[in-house]
Design a protein around this ligand. Structure first.
Ligand code: AMP
Ligand code: MG
Length: 378
């Protein structure tokens, strides 16, 4: 699947809008940070050689207002945290350790050179990397880029994703159910997951299991970079998605995976558009997204696709499926993963209590309590 994914184009993004975006190139510091020798404390700039001793307070330096002259022997200047340490000074004594009276300053103890001075470039040097290419920008990265003086960041375009639920039986929540109907939930699950993965999402109206309506809806959806459909990918007479995709010149890359839930997943491409047909059961859609769609959406942005499994211990024994890798909805408590009761693929309410998907590789027999397992955080 990832071989079919080519990262999207880059664009310039103002740093204030860059949260959640992925860098298309490394971001380099525009300035040394700190840009000047700055005080780490509220206190007094002094010459270490003058301490201990009594000094004349000749000026007071606020943040953003450098001293008007350099500091000479026997002098001290009041200085605020973040203030520019004046030329001639080589240490800052914290206000807590001195006694001040009538512009005289008693420094009772010796201070060492460089004490409480933040050196120029101590955080980053101008021209050095602030973040690497392919970094998804969170709060600290956005702050670091701003602090390093960069106002516009080259980021990969956000993928445009279309979500298309299929199924004649589906009703929007809030409406009255007629016999045989259930509420549509996959469209909402998938839209949330897509947004979380960095995509711009368009939710298309649910389409009934009708050829013409589904063909038209698919054709419309294919304008996006990523299409995620739900339902209609099994082998029943009303499962139309694969056949209609073929009519729309899709190249089917795979159909059906040895995974439980979510076996009938289909992945196809139409030109540069990636199409994921997820099965209709809500837990299958949820899990199929984590295994297939999220990595693809991340790869489209030039980010590490993952998924990255972590390690936990099973809180109880579980049966293995002989033919398919299972992803169990589980509750993680410290390093103990407890698979929830109610693992069937329609049980989205049970699944909503989970914060992990525990991977139980296919095989015979069971995994014992206490055994090490891989999981994906949910
Ligand atoms: P399908 O994959 O179309 O055969 O659907 C499998 C099961 O999932 C059926 O019970 C459907 O009613 C149910 N289902 C399909 N789509 C959705 C949806 N969008 N929201 C909730 N349940 C769905
Ligand atoms: Mg269906």
């Amino acid at each position: 699947m990832l071989e079919r994914v080519r990262p999207l184009e880059a664009e310039d993004v103002p740093i204030a809008d860059a949260g959640g975006r992925v860098t298309a190139e490394a971001v380099r510091a525009a300035v040394d940070l700190p840009p000047f020798r700055s005080s780490a404390m509220d206190g007094f700039a002094v010459r270490a050689a003058d301490t201990p001793g009594t000094l004349a307070i000749v000026e007071r330096i606020a943040a953003g207002r450098p001293a008007t002259r350099s500091l000479a022997a026997g002098e001290a200047m009041g200085i605020a945290t973040g203030g520019v340490v004046p030329a001639g000074a080589d240490a800052v004594v914290p206000i807590e350790v001195v006694v001040e009276r009538d512009n005289r300053l008693d420094v009772p103890q010796a201070v060492a050179e460089q004490d409480n001075i933040r050196p120029v470039g101590g955080d980053v040097r101008r021209g050095d990397d602030v973040v690497e290419e392919g970094t998804r920008l969170g709060p600290s990265q956005v702050g670091a880029i701003a602090a390093a003086g960069v106002g516009v960041v080259r980021c990969t375009r956000r993928p445009r994703a279309a979500v298309l639920p299929t199924g004649t039986e589906l009703r929007p929540p809030g409406e009255e159910l007629r016999p045989g109907e259930i509420y549509e939930s996959n469209g909402l699950i998938l839209a949330e997951q897509l947004r979380d993965a960095g995509a711009e999402v368009e939710r298309l109206p649910t389409v009934a299991d009708d050829e013409d309506a589904t063909r038209a809806a698919l054709a419309r959806a294919l304008e996006a970079d990523v299409v995620v459909t739900s339902g209609g990918v099994s082998v029943g007479p009303h499962d139309l998605v694969r056949r209609l995709l073929a009519e729309l010149r899709a190249e089917e890359v795979f159909w059906r995976v040895a995974v439980k839930p979510g076996k009938p997943v289909v992945f196809a491409t139409v030109g540069r558009t990636l199409v994921f047909g997820l099965p209709g059961n809500p837990v299958s859609a949820l899990v199929g997204f984590e295994l297939f769609v999220r990595p693809a959406v991340r790869a489209l942005q030039g980010a590490d696709p993952g998924p990255h499994y972590r390690l936990a211990r099973l809180a109880r024994a579980v049966r293995r499926d002989p033919a398919r890798d299972a992803l169990l909805r589980a509750r993680l408590d410290g390093e103990a993963a407890s698979p929830l009761s109610g693992q069937e693929s329609h049980m989205i309410v049970r699944a909503a209590a989970a914060n992990a998907l525990v991977l139980v590789p296919r095989g015979e027999g069971e995994l014992a309590e206490g055994e090490s397992v891989s999981y994906l955080p949910l």
